[in-house]
Design a protein around this ligand. Sequence first.
Ligand SMILES: Nc1ncnc2c1ncn2[C@@H]1O[C@H](COP(=O)(O)OP(=O)(O)OP(=O)(O)O)[C@@H](O)[C@H]1O
Ligand SMILES: [Mg+2]
Length: 500
Amino acid sequence: MSANEPNSEYDIVEPKADSLIHSIRSFGYDLSTALADLIDNSITARAKNIWVNFQWDGAASWISILDDGIGMTQEELVKAMTLGSKNPLLPRPANDLGRFGLGLKTATFSQCKRLTVGTKVKDGKIAVRCWDLDYVSDCGQWRLLKKGSDSLGFNSIGDLNQGTIVLWDKLDRVIDEEISDNRAHDHFLERAARVKKHLAMVFHRFLEGPNPLKIWFNGRPVTPWNPFLINQQATELLTVEPLFINGKRIEVRPYILPHHSKISQEDHIIGAGTKGWNDHQGFYVYRNKRMLVAGDWLGLGFPKEEHFKLARIQIDIPNSLDQEWLIDVKKSKARPPQNIRQDLKRIAKLTRDRASNIYRHRGKVVSRISSTEFVYLWQQSVKHGKISYKINREHPLIRECVSTQNDTKALDSLLKMLEETIPIPMILLNYSEQSDNIKGPFEDEPPKELIAVLEDSIKALSNQGLATLEIKKRLLAMEPFDLYKEQVVACCEKLEEGRK
Ligand SMILES: Nc1ncnc2c1ncn2[C@@H]1O[C@H](COP(=O)(O)OP(=O)(O)OP(=O)(O)O)[C@@H](O)[C@H]1O
Ligand SMILES: [Mg+2]
């Protein structure tokens, strides 16, 4: 019975080429994730060099990715151009960055309408195939062309002994045709710059190391962006933990990045990466050293907050756990399996606590008021569910002021007024937008300002009849003097001298 003869048990229903080919344009890639998918293929093909080129030529602009990997025979190329060319359920070699047999096609069509691939195996001849969506739409058939774009960029494959070139043109999703050529050109260059940064991040572990891969972007090398600033002395690595899923090992490496005062301004800017310090906190999931997730708390219930921004945790997973981690075609998402979520939560919490301590080192505020030892000037109060901030009337300086006033009413009013008019919205806004520019207590002020306040505090404690040692102890447990140990010790020594 031939394949086309009617069958009583089933109908053969072929997908309609002209409709489906347009639907697969909507996988949700952006230009960076799409190009990263092609770089995956080049790395899997054991490329040592990858050349990415963005060539502006108005509506005829093109983007190419050339690699010196093992290339494909003509037969392999035709298979590679097929949608779903490999079964995602089959095991793959440990260093294979692919899974679905789709990326080359889905990534391409999310950005452009013509894909031309030229490839050659060592000492072989060039094989060429091309998908042209306009042509498929017109003829309504899956016709894979044997000749592709004749863009200039395509010729570069000729210089290599082996390798593959992927050329994109008809870049309808990359080029804004409605706007003027000049502005469209600028957009094109901006997008190229973003892609370069993305590749520097996603493939940083391939670009680092003893035998590094080289990615050339319009002729210039891409330098890796390491999210953990591992070359900085002040970066801390907490305990590395192996975890097991179905007997397969993953590794978790929690890093605390340095406080900005411990690194140069330039390194601080580099550390901010493409998304900024706050957004880059959380887990970094790597599959075979390729970054899938660039800072996310993986749905474990932790919000991204400013004071946890120094926490970045590396997780390494093998490609044999793709199903468990729900890896998607775009390789831009991963969800931890249920049985390790508790462990990840525990590690995240520890890392966040440590990161928050480092972060707060200079900007101590009111949040530690629960401590009985430590004396705060400001206290948080919650009444009928409403939060407010009160000045601690038991603070030695306040007590001293109260006790030396004949009429304490004016002082009371002043304190009340201060409490009622704290510019909370402004503080919050500044804190979230430029926390690094908020001055710490007595930072950048002449030392005598600090000493004057310190001496008044010593006087207040002294008037309570305390011994010098006790005064010193209390001052060291009082903000902001806990940050100025040397000055406290010196002033207390002076007090002791005076008392003798
Ligand atoms: N640059 C390349 N060099 C050599 N072979 C390649 C190259 N690009 C693609 N291939 C071959 O084409 C196949 C299909 O690639 P495609 O990206 O569509 O799917 P995949 O990489 O197998 O899986 P995924 O959908 O997860 O990316 C690859 O498995 C590989 O065999
Ligand atoms: Mg792929």
